[in-house]
Design a protein around this ligand. Sequence first.
Ligand code: ADP
Ligand code: MG
Length: 494
Amino acid sequence: MTYIIQGTRDDFEVVIGLEVHAQVTSKAKLFSGAATAFGAEPNTQVSLVDAAMPGMLPTINAECIRQGVRTGLALGAEINKFSVFDRKNYFYADLPQGYQISQFKHPIVGEGTITINKKDGTSKDIDVERIHLEQDAGKSMHDQHPQMTYVDLNRSGVALMEIVSKPDMASPEEAGLYVGKLRTILRYIGSCDGNMEQGSMRADVNVSVRRAGEPLGTRCEIKNVNSIRFVRQAIEIEARRQVDIIEDGGHIDQETRLFDPVKGETRSMRSKEEAHDYRYFPDPDLLPVEFDDDFIAAARESLPELPDAKHHRFVSDFGISDYNAGVLVAEKESSDFFEELIAALVDASGKKASAVAAKAANWVMGDLFGALNKAGKTLSDCPVSPAQGAELLGLIEDGTISGRTAKDVFEIMFETGDSAEKIVEEKGLKQVSDTGAIEKIIDDLLVANPAQVQQYRDGKVKMIGFFVGQVMKATGGQANPAIVNQLLKPKLDG
Ligand code: ADP
Ligand code: MG
């Protein structure tokens, strides 16, 4: 379905391209040995290189190069064995060098692709134009002193990958999915932790609008959007603003804007007229980066199974739905948990993975995720292990407890970390599957409720539900419903 913005006269489409800055997971900065940990006291992680003391020379951190290459490979992108670091010149208080070291003409990674899976079940390939490596700047703090701005250089020189998409996205949904999928991939391969709330991933969102069939419109770039929800909101609001201007007979100025989520608006930061002339030139302190095929092969070798491959395997080997597979592979932890759960179920039951997977997926996505959500926990601090989950599902499968009882047992497991069997034993929750005992209850019920029996026999077959309910009541909810139904029907039919 196409995303349309309705003007007063015409319908408009939106065109979106994203520049995502992702902090490379590395103990040291791109060109210095200073630490990169989040949350340190201001200016405690600054080397003389990061503070741009005269005469200091940058040294490339090979680990950052390797992570850039791994990221490119994970996006199926072209890897450039020759790339160049350039100086991008501008003046700002939190940039002591007076330039940022980045890559311009010769980035380390060329064109690649990210596939997004949309809610309507379709998927779409979004093309990536390039990935280059660059330094982050420091941080200006305007709220620490009434007259002065303070500068924290901890981030100065931290390695970033800038992942630039083509203008391939056509709705806020697609842009949100793109950022989510990119984050999933980066987390799988460990090249960036993807923590948007800590600033280790942020997006510059380019938005333009046009009437169907028109060439691309003039874009505005919304800087540093730091959550997926804000990416979607910023696009909606910015596209609407542009449509209103065009329909009023105005035209869009290419400019850089800020998104204000509190006011729900985008505001101009600087226009194209004031645009920087960065005077890029190759950094004379750094040689071009060159590596060979072995370096690329080793980087490829180090990649885990990627989310798309895992997704396909979950669907084809486990027979779970496309949607469920998508949810389960979105985080590596949940896909690992699911696979361990399946392995334990297969082990215990001797059944095939495809015979146990659908129920396992429902349990993980329903009960488990629900409980984690409610408790504000993640799978990494989950009190129930995959083996314990398998034991619980096993008890339902062999009829020891009903699905209903299992929910209560799970709640206790989640709280105490006890095993399902122990809880069932201690609380006496075993389902009554003893046909003799159930039969006796049924016989008594039929005698006690002759009117309802007659109604059933007169053709009101739904009355069977009444009797099932009564048996459940008599057994404190512990009768095996399958067996109750099996025994009831012939007796009611007389
Ligand atoms: P710059 O480096 O000046 O920001 P680029 O050509 O690298 O310019 O483009 C930056 C981003 O803008 C890319 O992600 C690209 O996909 C996107 N983009 C380019 N043209 C448009 C457009 N007309 N509408 C929306 N996005 C666009
Ligand atoms: Mg840009």
